[in-house]
Design a binder for this molecule. Structure first.
Ligand SMILES: Cc1cc2nc3c(=O)[nH]c(=O)nc-3n(C[C@H](O)[C@H](O)[C@H](O)COP(=O)(O)OP(=O)(O)OC[C@H]3O[C@@H](n4cnc5c(N)ncnc54)[C@H](O)[C@@H]3O)c2cc1C
Length: 452
């Protein structure tokens, strides 16, 4: 939940014209998840409506991508647009410990050199608008400034859902659809209505972030890395994401109470944390904050059902883990792609059952499970990538697969055969990696980025 969505860029609708009374598929929300579903369903000739309450382009957090996003972008045909927009290219991640020790950047292509090893830092307004326009190009009716006011699942018992939308001129319309896709992000319209949302009790985090000019960047400008920088006491961490407009997105993440219930304003808390994060302090020495700080909280949850007869969830409406490994946009794209395939097949075979529309979800959940486990490890004081990789260097490629998002093929979970017992032992021994994360002893086989 973003508490301060900030000012929106404009209030003129991007798409005009009337909304039709009937659709094969209505997609609620035009983020990466919704844009992907709408494109791929419309591309196959099915009558599709994509709606978003905000004007496009609109601001959104989540700028650092995972390399495996490449394949969905390729399928959507937008890679050429990426070259035109010239998003900042991202070639790796770098970790900086609480005492300011910088690891060598971990370079994705060192594990498996290929086109998809290079990814991007994106301005989400531009990315999401590109996907919105792409859905329109593929034949979807795309409407921004159009709000879902209400919906009813199968009210007449004929399998069709009724959706009440409010258009930019304030008029309200009932629209019918065979398939309803919830891509409404953290609003999670269907899951909240049906009581399917389960907040992750171990990940009650919050974030405070803003955009800085004149912040330190790579001397060569780009490609760049996403930096993850711990504060001195390791109770919070910062993301540091250089963008193509010259600014850097900088955000602090920590337990909700630690971040937001300290008695300080978000601005004072951010400054307090910045002073306790040597890596960020150094990078922001000459920087100026160009936007009001924004705050988000309670963003990590799962849902207990992901599809029903004629409806399916994608992206954050399906669930969200945590910002640390930049998996959100990737999982929104991937779930959007797989949901679209299930919808197209279901429309073609006249089977829009929960089983058909959700047939991809077990495989998806399995992949997400491995990322979630790695996130939980990140927040555990007894865990250190470096110390573990020192003992088990053979897991280097496996860990890389998890970090780039290659979690839906092969055996990405193999690492946990040894990581789980290692963590248990570490906890039993009371090993505390919480301060400087001992920068575990160096080993030639361990990529430097894992050493903090
Ligand atoms: C603090 C923080 C940092 C993050 N950093 C990263 C990162 O670096 N990299 C990354 O990959 N991910 C990151 N994420 C996650 C990422 O932002 C999300 O996972 C991603 O945006 C999900 O895409 P989506 O399409 O599911 O939903 P969204 O992008 O949220 O889109 C949902 C859309 O639904 C629309 N909507 C909602 N309700 C209605 C309604 N009633 N009517 C019409 N439209 C509606 C909204 O306007 C919105 O445009 C971060 C998240 C947080 C909280």
């Amino acid at each position: 939940m973003v508490l301060d969505p900030g000012p929106q860029a404009k209030s003129q609708p991007r798409m005009t014209g009337s909304v039709q009374p009937q659709y094969d598929c209505i997609v609620m929300g035009a983020g990466p998840g919704g844009g992907t579903v709408a494109s791929l369903v419309a591309q196959q000739g099915w009558k599709t409506l994509l709606v978003d309450r905000d004007p496009m382009p609109r601001f959104h957090v989540g700028e650092s991508l995972m390399p495996e996003t490449y394949w969905t972008f390729e399928r959507l045909g937008v890679l050429e647009d990426f070259r035109r927009i010239a998003f900042t290219r991202k070639y790796g991640v770098q970790f900086v410990s609480g005492d300011g020790k910088e690891s060598r950047a971990f370079v994705f292509s060192e594990h498996e050199p290929r086109a998809s090893a290079m990814t991007w830092h994106v301005e989400r307004a531009e990315l999401d608008c590109l996907l919105f326009d792409t859905a329109a190009k593929h034949g979807a009716d795309c409407r921004d400034l159009t709000r879902i006011i209400d919906f009813q699942l199968n009210p007449n018992g004929d399998g069709k859902h009724s959706v009440n939308v409010q258009l930019p001129d304030g008029s309200r319309h009932h629209v019918w659809t065979k398939v309803l896709v919830d891509a409404s992000g953290q609003q999670a319209l269907i899951a909240n209505r049906l009581g399917l949302v389960n907040v992750d009790p171990k990940l009650k985090k919050a974030a405070i972030w803003g955009y800085f000019s004149d912040a330190a960047r790579n001397p060569v400008i780009e490609p760049e890395v996403t930096c993850i920088l711990h504060t001195e006491d390791k109770l919070a961490w910062f993301w540091y994401i250089p963008l193509s407009d010259g600014r850097v997105s900088v955000g602090a993440v920590g337990d909700n109470d630690y971040l937001l219930k300290s008695g300080m304003s978000p601005e004072d808390r951010f400054e307090w944390l910045r002073r306790r994060c040597p890596g960020v302090l150094k990078r922001l020495e000459s920087a100026t904050l160009t936007t009001p700080l924004r705050v988000a909280k309670e963003f990590s949850y799962t849902t207990s059902r992901r599809a029903g007869d004629g409806w399916v969830l994608v992206g954050d409406a399906y669930g969200f883990i945590d910002p640390v490994y930049s998996s959100g946009v990737y999982l929104a794209l991937k779930s959007g792609e797989w949901a679209a395939d299930a919808i197209v097949e279901g429309l073609r075979t006249n089977d829009l059952s929960a089983q058909q529309l959700g047939r991809w979800t077990p495989q998806f959940d399995q992949g997400v499970h491995w990322i979630r486990k790695l996130v939980h490890a990140f927040y555990c004081n007894e865990f250190s990538f470096g110390a573990f990789m020192k003992e088990y260097p053979q897991y280097g490629p496996n860990l890389t697969d998890l970090l780039i998002g290659k979690v839906f093929e092969g055996e990405p979970g193999r690492i946990f055969d040894d990581l789980d017992p290692w963590m248990e032992k570490s906890i039993a021994l009371g090993r505390d990696c919480s301060l400087t994360d001992p920068m575990a002893p160096r080993d030639e086989n361990v990529p430097d980025a894992f050493l903090c």
